[in-house]
Design a protein around this ligand. Structure first.
Ligand SMILES: [Fe+2]
Length: 362
């Protein structure tokens, strides 16, 4: 008797004598044998025992061998198990039918022990190679999965660092004329609320969310004497103040990033008016990018409610809403309506963060 090699073979045949003979042959070759006496049991055993090879008789009660082969090959769990169909049918049609069903080998009764041994060894070699390929494929899949997760984490880190840098740069500029950096954070949050209210895609909402803090980045080019002036500006000073839009757009121009391109559009157009009376280009209606129209109304709301160098106290929500109603013509009517629909959220968010404590942007 050969040494046990733990290779398991399922033998299915309704002829108990044949089953005994084949089992003895295979056990003498060192294989572990499990048996079934009809087609359905063979299917069950195949799923439960996970044999390395299946020997199937063609003629069995219930499901015949052809049908059992077909079902085993259709099942992902058993499709890779080599199957030898054993038959007394030696006609050409039966052989073709067996191979078409998916059998890997055909063997005629009475079975020759030597032939059986050789066929099994050959099929095992093929199965070993297939098993290796499947295992290797799974290993590669798990490696790709791990790398994808790593890549996503690296992307998130880079993106967060990038956004953090934008915020810190915008904050540095805001600190010149505001007591806290909450203005730009509120602009971000308000713009996101309004963009969602308008039904924009989440991608667009996110772009506006991250781009809007840079709307006044051009103030870096405005002298302190004008930016921090406690009283109203002269006409000449106001002309200089207006250039923060074009300066901002110049700083941000030429980027590959969708966020920075949106930021450029917002910086340039957040003081444009729907009726054409705004600056710097006097654009009218749809000529103004939607992101600019959104940040416009949000900026007006937040500026009216905030303390400014020329105003000790900000306006209340009600006063601010009156101001906005009075200048309604300068806003996109659709954006204006959406703004009215979420004014309570704006009021609550502003009032909750009035203290000047750092506002979380997430
Ligand atoms: Fe501005």
């Amino acid at each position: 008797m050969e040494e046990r090699n733990f290779t398991k073979i399922l033998i299915a045949d309704d002829d108990r004598l044949f089953l005994r003979i084949i089992t003895d042959m295979l056990e003498n070759m060192g294989y572990i044998c499990v048996t079934a006496e009809d087609g359905l049991s063979a299917l069950e055993m195949a799923g439960k025992e996970k044999p390395d090879i299946i020997l199937l008789d063609v003629v069995m009660p219930g499901l015949d061998g052809f049908e059992v082969v077909r079902r085993l090959k259709e099942n992902l769990e058993t499709t890779h198990i080599p199957i030898i169909l054993v038959t007394i049918l030696s006609d050409r049609n039966s052989r073709i039918k067996g191979l078409s069903a998916g059998a890997d080998e055909l063997l005629s009764k009475p079975v020759d022990e030597v032939e059986l041994g050789v066929r099994i060894k050959n099929l095992l070699k093929v199965k070993k190679y297939e098993d290796y390929l499947i295992k290797h494929g799974r290993f590669l899949e798990s490696m790709v999965r791990d790398k994808t997760i790593e890549l996503k984490e690296a992307y998130d880190k880079t993106r967060n660092a990038y956004i953090d840098t934008i915020y810190k740069l915008s904050l540095a500029i805001e600190y010149r004329d505001r007591e806290t950096g909450n203005h730009i954070k509120r602009i971000s949050i308000f713009s996101r609320i309004l963009a969602r209210q308008l039904g924009l895609s989440e991608k667009k909402v996110e772009e506006i969310f991250f781009a809007s803090p840079m709307h006044d980045i051009g103030k870096i080019g405005i002298p302190d004497a004008i930016l921090l002036k406690p009283a109203g500006l002269t006409e000449e000073e106001f002309q200089i103040m207006k250039t923060h839009t074009t300066i901002g757009a110049k700083i941000l121009q030429g980027s590959d990033s969708e966020i920075v391109r949106t930021a450029e559009a917002i910086a340039l157009t957040h003081h444009e008016n729907w009726d054409g009376s705004g600056y710097p280009q006097g654009l009218v209606a749809e000529e103004i990018p939607l992101a600019g129209r959104i940040v416009h109304i949000v900026d007006v709301y937040d500026a009216a409610r905030s303390k400014r160098p020329y105003r000790k106290e900000g306006h209340t929500h009600e006063e601010t809403m009156e101001i906005i109603q009075d200048i309604k013509r300068v806003f996109d009517p659709r954006v204006f309506d959406a703004f009215l629909e979420c004014e309570d959220v704006f009021r609550r968010l502003y009032d909750e963060n009035e203290s000047g404590e750092p506002l979380s942007i997430v």
